[in-house]
Design a protein around this ligand. Structure first.
Ligand SMILES: Cc1cc2nc3c(=O)[nH]c(=O)nc-3n(C[C@H](O)[C@H](O)[C@H](O)COP(=O)(O)OP(=O)(O)OC[C@H]3O[C@@H](n4cnc5c(N)ncnc54)[C@H](O)[C@@H]3O)c2cc1C
Length: 450
């Protein structure tokens, strides 16, 4: 179908740029960061300023197309037919107010830039594990970070946002100005407006200390129980992730790790050493590698080994209410089954702490949820989807009995909707707000199908 003339006309009216399917550069520009998602929007726009965004709203109104704001596409989830994909790279301002512990961040800024700017200041960015995820995509989708037990979700730290409403008005909005809009932006961003910048809380980190303990898989049952027990009274300044890696039996790998499984416990404290708590985990097995001491957010980001270039990825995520002995044993047994080799990594994040006492009202919440679990199946070009998909299905089935009533939007899988992240009342409120803030349906459905 030929592209609507109102969209084609944007080529001449935008200060920024517009690519159409016939343009050579479109093929690369249309792709999301997660290359496993196939999306073919009607056009890709890179607005230079708010006037360009207004022109895009006007073209959407004229053409019947919708606007899908996607700063990078780690969270891409759909085909985007009938939409104009909007890239926010030009909105790249970053202002730090270290007296107040607040940052104003343009919606094209990626976390890595904020992490680097804060290094050595005593403040940390509430960033996720990937430095190339945008602050906007993360904070407007909830966002769980290394610091979430200390400071809550990324969306909880959203103080204010500069929003272009679909009627063309652009203003700074906080809870005093429009509490409904802020509530929706805290987790369901994208369905109610276009955010050009965010004002976020930074995390005070008097003394960052970390522990990284690696155990053999034989010790995993005791180690996971020790971590689980620690959750009962760990202070909110202590954040804890567990990672279970099963290395392929590939000749390229060093002999000491080839075909073997490991469990690593990573702890991060914002208030200096917490040896007593970590000792309880250390004593649960024979520590193969023990790295403990002062660390920094930049060191954590570097050690996370997250890919920074666009990569195809797939996995299964689930929020769990409890991690009981039976679940730990079943998960570990499942993990070692020969046919489950496609699952390379399983991450388990301890929740609680500040997540149980949100500071601000928002759609996204992990209040009273115990654990976030994610299984990773690498996508290797040319290798069939199976048996990887079957492993992910089995993983979900295994954990389903303990699934919590809600998860955080940034941990949704591509085909999952916001219905998994809120109560029926919350979803009804969100639908009502979308009808109020976007009555003409100019914004893409996102994860809330109309
Ligand atoms: C390798 C990797 C590691 C990750 N680690 C974590 C982690 O540790 N913690 C975590 O919580 N998540 C994590 N995620 C998930 C990631 O945070 C989400 O997918 C996030 O939404 C992606 O950000 P993005 O910049 O790619 O946003 P996109 O995928 O480009 O956009 C996400 C959505 O945000 C909304 N949005 C974005 N910008 C705007 C705007 N300016 N105005 C209105 N709406 C907007 C839109 O609805 C859009 O669809 C990870 C993902 C990957 C691939």
């Amino acid at each position: 179908m030929p592209t609507h003339s109102a969209i084609v006309a944007l080529r001449n009216s935008l200060t920024g740029s517009l690519l159409l399917p016939a343009d050579a550069a479109y093929e690369t520009a249309r792709q999301p960061w997660n290359l496993a998602i196939e999306q073919r929007p009607d056009a890709v726009a890179v607005p230079a300023d708010v006037d360009d965004l207004r022109a895009l709203l006007h073209a959407a109104r004229e053409s019947g197309a919708r606007l899908a704001v996607q700063p990078s596409g780690h969270g891409a989830s759909g085909a985007l037919t009938g939409t104009v994909l909007v890239r926010m790279g030009a909105f790249d301002d970053l202002e730090l107010d270290l007296d107040r512990g607040v940052a104003k961040v343009g919606s094209g800024v990626r976390w890595g830039a904020v992490v680097d700017a804060l290094e050595g200041t005593g403040w940390a960015a509430p960033a996720g594990t990937s430095p190339v995820v945008s602050v906007a995509g993360y904070a407007l989708g909830g966002g769980h970070s290394w610091f979430s037990r200390t400071a809550g979700l990324g969306s909880d730290g959203l103080r204010a946002a500069w929003v272009l409403r679909t009627d063309g008005t652009h203003e700074r909005v906080d809870d005093d100005i429009d509490a409904d809009l802020l509530w929706a932006l805290r987790g369901a961003g994208g369905v109610v407006g276009i955010v050009t910048a965010l004002e976020i809380d930074l995390v005070r980190t008097p003394e960052i200390w970390g522990a990284n303990l690696t155990f053999d898989v034989d010790d995993a049952p005791a180690v996971l129980r020790a971590v689980r027990d620690l959750a009962v009274d760990a202070p909110s300044s202590l954040n804890l992730f567990v990672n279970s890696m099963r290395m392929p039996d590939a000749p390229q790998l060093p002999e000491e790790i080839r075909g073997r499984s490991f469990v690593t416990v990573q702890a991060l404290s914002t208030e200096g050493p917490q040896e007593r708590q970590i000792d309880a985990v250390r004593r649960a097995g024979e520590v193969r590698r023990d790295i403990t001491g002062p660390t920094s957010p930049a060191a954590l980001a570097a050690a996370s080994n997250e890919p920074t270039d666009p990569t195809p990825g797939r996995g299964a995520s689930m929020a769990l209410s409890i991690l009981d002995d039976a679940t730990i044993d079943a998960l570990l047994e499942f993990r070692e089954l020969p046919e489950q080799w496609p699952i390379m990594g399983i991450d388990i994040r301890m929740l609680g702490g500040a997540l149980d006492a949100p500071r601000r009202a928002g759609f996204a919440s992990l209040e009273s949820v115990g654990w976030l679990v994610h299984a990773l199946v690498p996508v290797i070009p040319g290798v069939p989807d199976e048996p990887g998909e079957a492993s992910l299905v089995a993983f979900r089935e295994l954990l389903a009995p303990n699934e919590a009533s809600q998860t955080v939007p940034t941990f949704l899988e591509p085909d999952q909707t916001l219905e998994r992240c809120g109560s029926a009342d919350g979803i009804a409120r969100l639908r009502g707000l979308r009808a109020r803030f976007d009555p003409e349906g100019l914004l893409h459905d996102g994860r809330l199908p109309r």
